[in-house]
Design a protein. Structure first.
Length: 421
């Protein structure tokens, strides 16, 4: 026996698929009276034909010197154009990386994560006051992002020339988070602050990061053996997020074994958590080319950091590795990560049978909704019908029926008819 509300829902859905009656054609409109045509204007006089050009004789040889001598000035201009082109390419790639970074954090999460990412974007734009406000709020919330926010707070204060406050923030980081993975970066930043303590540095006096990005691109192409140690030192020093991200990008595009080893090391946790998540994204791009994603799953199982695990799941999705995502969903204890993995399986029909199996023992409503979202995106009406038949919770069953009512398939229609009997 179904409730009146569910019956109304089903009848409304079935009525939507019924064909509407054809509209009655409107009577033709009467023809409007036509105005008389005005007399045609007189034809203009024809212009005289231009004189014929003199004939060109083909007996004389074609005399033109193709030996261009542009000289050193032109060569210098051409070299500058090439440098400018490299700079533009570096800027576009860096902006693309930042764009992906920002959008990769979109989703149901808000609060500290959103403020933290917003602060990093402000850092890259040189908006120090805005960045400081965002990181202060994250620090005051004392959540999972507080350690990184304390470091970036100190970094921002140093950019503003407030070195004593910056060192105080670093001291707070050491005291409150004695085993933090940010301590190595904090020590490097503290050393730089002390070295500059005797100088009167204005906030706007800073290293040209665009030149650093250009140098990274050029040096790794011309002399990888020399460039890789410099990249390694850059990753360990106090640099803006964009510069370090760019260094990791350069490593991911380099086939040298040492470069791959460095990227793997950072992806496995050889750096602060932000840098690790970035390395995982670039490692996902490389493993997609190589067809070997086991290293990503090994990182997932070895980590307890929610943000790191989320980055691995998204890299596995980008690499097309459905099997490892399913394996992670089956074994993961954190419901937020289980839901994240299931959402990433949307559009992967080969995972639907496993999701139906997981539904039976799943208690978390966020995870169950993620399963429904994945099955709905695949338009798997048969799987949704199977879940509806076994579901005991009235509200959850209504949710499934509501999704089926929007699917004009035979399985969905047959089940709706079954409910009306």
């Amino acid at each position: 026996m179904i409730s009146n509300r569910m019956a109304i829902l089903i009848l409304s859905a079935m009525a939507a698929v019924a064909q509407a009656p054809a509209p009655v054609p409107a009577p033709p409109a009467p023809l409007a009276p036509q105005a008389p045509e005005p007399p045609a204007p007189p034809e203009p006089a024809e212009a005289p034909e231009p004189p014929e050009p003199p004939a060109v004789t083909t007996d004389a040889p074609f005399d033109f010197n193709f030996d261009f001598d542009f000289g050193p000035a032109f060569q210098n201009q051409l070299a500058q154009v090439r440098v400018n082109a490299d700079q533009i390419r570096a800027q576009v790639r860096a902006q693309t990386d930042q764009f992906r970074y920002q959008f990769s954090n979109f989703g149901p999460r808000r609060g500290d994560d959103g403020l933290y990412n917003q602060g990093q974007v402000a850092l890259d734009r040189g908006q120090w006051d805005e960045a400081l406000a965002d990181f202060n709020r994250v620090v005051s919330n004392a959540g999972t992002r507080a350690e990184g926010a304390l470091y970036w707070k100190a970094y921002t204060l140093n950019k503003l020339g407030r070195r004593d406050e910056a060192r105080a923030a670093l001291a707070e980081l050491r005291k409150s988070y004695a085993s933090s993975r940010w301590l190595e970066d904090a020590n490097a930043l503290d050393m730089e602050i002390q070295q500059a303590a005797g100088k009167n540095v204005a906030p706007e006096s800073q290293t040209d990061e665009e030149l650093k990005l250009m140098a990274l691109n050029a040096l790794v192409r011309s002399d990888p053996d020399r460039a890789l140690p410099l990249l390694e030192n850059l990753l360990k020093s106090a640099q803006a997020p964009r510069v370090k991200e760019r260094a990791l990008f350069v490593l991911s595009q380099t086939d040298a074994p040492r470069a791959q080893q460095m990227l793997d090391q950072v992806a496995r946790g050889g750096g602060n958590p932000d840098l690790q998540a970035t390395a995982i994204r670039y490692l996902g791009t490389r493993t997609r080319r190589q067809g070997n994603t086991q290293i990503l799953y090994d990182i997932y199982t070895a980590s307890n950091d929610v943000n790191v695990k989320r980055a691995v799941l998204r890299s596995l999705r980008g690499a097309g590795d459905t099997d490892h995502i399913l394996q992670a969903v089956k074994t993961e204890k954190n419901p937020e990560l289980r839901a994240e993995g299931i959402r990433l399986l949307g559009g992967k029909a080969e995972a639907d049978d496993t999701l139906v199996t997981l539904w039976a023992n799943e208690q978390d409503q966020q995870v169950k909704r993620a399963i429904l979202d994945a099955l709905t995106s695949d338009r798997n009406a048969k799987a949704l019908v199977d879940l509806a038949r076994k579901e005991r919770d009235p509200q959850t069953k209504k949710e499934i029926v509501s999704r089926l009512s929007n699917m004009q398939t035979k399985e969905a229609t047959d089940y709706l008819m079954e409910l009306l009997k």
